[in-house]
Write a protein that binds this ligand. Sequence first.
Ligand SMILES: C[C@H](N)C(=O)N[C@@H](Cc1c[nH]cn1)C(=O)O
Length: 456
Amino acid sequence: SDPWPWIAVESDSSDVTKRSDLHRMMDMTAEKLRLIGGSVEMVDVGTQTLPNGSSIALPKVVTARFGEDPSKRTVCVYGHVDVQPAKKEDGWATDPYELTDIDGNLYGRGASDNKAPVLAWIHTVEVYKALNIDLPVNVKFIIEGMEETGSNGLDDMIVAQKDSFFSDVDYIIISDCVWLSKRPALTYGTRGNCYFFAEVEGPKKDLHSGVYGGTVMEPMTDLIGILDKLISPSGKILIPGIREAVAHLSDEEWKMYQDIEFDLESYKREIGLSQLMYSNKVDLLAHRWRHPTVSIHGIEGAFSSPGTKTVIPAKVIAKFSIRQVPNMDPAMVEKQVTDYLHSVFAKRKSPNKLNVTMVIGAKPWLADPKHPLYEAGKAAVKRVFAVEPDLIREGGTIPIARSFQDVTGKSIIMLPIGGFDDGLHSQNEKISRYNYMEGTKLFIAFLHEVSQMEKH
Ligand SMILES: C[C@H](N)C(=O)N[C@@H](Cc1c[nH]cn1)C(=O)O
């Protein structure tokens, strides 16, 4: 089956008006796994409380099992089928919710992050069934629908099922990331993410800027003023305590980064910029993978349409996030950010009210790339692509990765199949047919390699 029907579902987990689409997406995932013979369950993980105090059902988590042979290893594949928001008018060349095949690339929201990789794993099992060959290992799936908003409900489910679903799992495999270049890669670390809302509330309603401007302290001016104090133009985080927590870059790491083939000029070309924050490879990779950063994503309540509305918004909410690296702790970061923003705001002597909340607190994840699981990954890459993979870290976040490691104690490998230029979260997201098909072969080869491993 092709990914067309999956891309057509607007399974945007951040938009509560799309929740029924998300439920449908989970049903379709369960149905697909059932059709190829899996023992499937849809696990209720409760409700989500919305900012207005109401609650809605979280999408169910789909689990599936193929094979229960105690003499074989058992792997558990994690993935997600929710997506980031996308609108044609954001600048997409095609409808983001209609899979479009152009020159060997499959375009659509969620194509690479993470619908096609999840389907590639399903096809992997399907291939064995179709050829009537026994799977070399037992395969379990855990597929969720809230990854893009912090994996709500999944932590509790993992804790609850630690001694049941996870009891016979040997290894966890995640394919929710991309290669660094055209060379296949194995990923041994992800950054975490602390996501904040900073709300500034002033007058009881929006005001005419000609009538009231100059007589009131404006919420938006206050908000921009405090946001400007988060990070310097050269990328230095200004919140006390954040940079101090970061683990030191070891000589071994420095050497690993130095040995990776990575061309800064093509990186610049790919994103359409003439200058980067760092001009040498090691600094650039280190700041992409293992240093924290602040990104400001948007301001709710701000005027953003075309045209020239002359309003003073009464209430504005900034959305920003701080990527987390070892040894940062989200609980500590929450306090550091909240205290700092309140102290900066106090200096403005504004009568407006500031409220800071952390809505996602995902920890970073780091594995030992010398673990035999990575040897199995290398062998599989060599078999399919006839090259050695890059050993890389991922700047993005897979919120549940660290919980898998801490709660279940299982070893994890990230086996990406997405291309470096897939445009995750961006306009014109795609996966190439090549990566989709060769990626499926990689998964098949990897299962074989795992079946040959000593138990660890
Ligand atoms: C790496 C993965 N494909 C991804 O894009 N994850 C999201 C998850 C997230 C983090 N904070 C909120 N959602 C990401 O890294 O942005």
